[in-house]
Design a protein around this ligand. Structure first.
Ligand code: FMN
Ligand code: SF4
Ligand code: SF4
Length: 259
C-alpha cells in the first residue's frame, strides 16, 4: 500500500473520517492506532495520515505517543485530521510541533467538527443534528482529500495566540491526570457481565472481576467503555446517569473490538 491512515477513535467520528479519507485516496490502508502503536512497520509509505479526536484542547495521550514514535522519513507526506465537538484548541499545532522536533513535517491539517462524545459534560445531540454535522464533515473531508492527493502544503496556522497559550495551559495541567481519572467510573446494578467494556477498551485498561469491570488506572478517558455498554451501566461519577450516549451512526460495535 502506498498510503497509511492511522486512526484513534472511541465512538466512531475519527474512524468515519479515516474511512472517508481512504475512499478518496486510492491504495490506502486504514490502521487502528490502538493495535498499531507497538507493531506497525512504518511502510515505507508515500503518505501517512493520522486521524484522532481532540481531548482537552489537545492530543489524546496515545496519539501523542504515536506522533513521538511515528516511523517516517523527511520525504514522507504527513497529514492529520482532528475531529472535535466544539473547540479544537491546540491539537494540530501540538502534532506539528512534535513532528518538527523530530525533523519531520506536518504538511496538511484539517479540523472537522462532529458530534461531541464527552458524556460527563453533556448528552448526545439529537439524531437529525448528528446527521447534519456528519454530512458536512464528509463534504469537508472530501475537499481535503483532493488537496492531499496533490500533496499540497496546507498545515495548521503557525504562531502563538493568547487562546493557544490558554488551551496549552489547560492541557498541560489536565492531561497528566487522565490515566488515573478512571477512578471516577462506577458500574451500576444494570451490568450483566457481558464484557463489552473490556473488549472495546483501546488500551486494555479494564479487567473483569466477578463478572464486573475494574479499571486499572492507565486510562485514555476515551469513553468507549461508557458509550458502548449495552446496558448503559457505566457512569462517570453521578453526572452521566440518564444522559444520552453517543455513537457515530456509520460505525458498529465490531469496529471497536481491540485485537
Ligand atoms: C476526554 C475527552 C475530551 C474531549 N475534549 C474535547 C475538547 O477539548 N474540545 C472539543 O471540541 N471536543 C472534545 N471532546 C469531544 C471529541 O473530541 C469529539 O466528540 C470527537 O469527534 C470524538 O471522536 P471519536 O468518535 O473518534 O472518539 C472530548 C472528548 C473526550 C472523550
Ligand atoms: S459492557 Fe456494561 S453490562 Fe457489559 S460488563 Fe461492561 S459494564 Fe457490565
Ligand atoms: S477504560 Fe474506558 S475510558 Fe479508559 S481508555 Fe478504556 S475504554 Fe477508554
Amino acid at each position: 500500500m502506498k498510503n497509511a491512515i492511522f486512526y484513534f477513535s472511541a465512538t466512531g467520528n475519527s474512524l468515519m473520517a479515516a474511512r472517508c479519507l481512504a475512499e478518496g485516496l486510492p491504495e490506502s490502508e486504514v490502521l487502528n492506532i490502538a493495535n498499531a502503536v507497538q507493531k506497525h512497520s512504518g511502510g515505507p509509505y508515500e503518505r501517512i495520515g493520522l486521524v484522532f479526536p481532540v481531548y482537552m484542547f489537545g492530543l489524546p495521550l496515545i496519539v501523542r505517543k504515536f506522533f513521538e514514535t511515528l516511523k517516517a522519513s523527511s520525504q514522507t507526506y504527513i497529514f492529520a485530521v482532528a475531529t472535535y465537538g466544539g473547540l479544537a484548541g491546540n491539537a494540530l499545532p501540538q502534532a506539528a510541533a512534535i513532528l518538527r522536533r523530530r525533523g519531520l513535517r506536518l504538511s496538511a491539517g484539517l479540523q472537522v467538527v462532529m458530534p461531541g462524545n464527552y458524556t460527563p459534560l453533556y448528552g448526545a445531540i439529537p439524531l437529525a443534528r448528528q446527521e447534519e454535522l456528519l454530512r458536512k464533515a464528509e463534504a469537508r473531508i472530501g475537499e481535503f482529500c483532493a488537496l492531499i492527493k496533490e500533496k499540497k502544503e496546507c498545515g495548521p496556522a503557525g504562531g502563538v495566540s493568547l487562546f493557544g497559550w490558554l488551551f496549552e495551559g489547560v492541557y498541560r495541567l489536565g492531561s497528566p491526570r487522565i490515566p488515573q481519572a478512571d477512578k471516577n467510573f462506577l458500574v451500576d446494578a444494570n451490568c450483566d457481565g457481558c464484557g463489552v467494556c473490556r473488549k472495546v477498551c483501546p488500551v486494555c485498561n479494564i479487567k473483569m472481576f466477578g463478572g464486573k469491570p475494574s479499571w486499572q488506572h492507565a486510562c485514555q478517558q476515551c469513553m468507549a467503555c461508557l458509550q458502548w455498554c449495552p446496558q448503559e451501566a457505566i457512569q462517570y461519577k453521578q453526572s452521566t446517569r440518564g444522559r444520552k450516549r453517543y455513537r457515530n451512526p456509520r460505525v458498529q460495535l465490531k469496529d471497536f473490538v481491540v485485537l
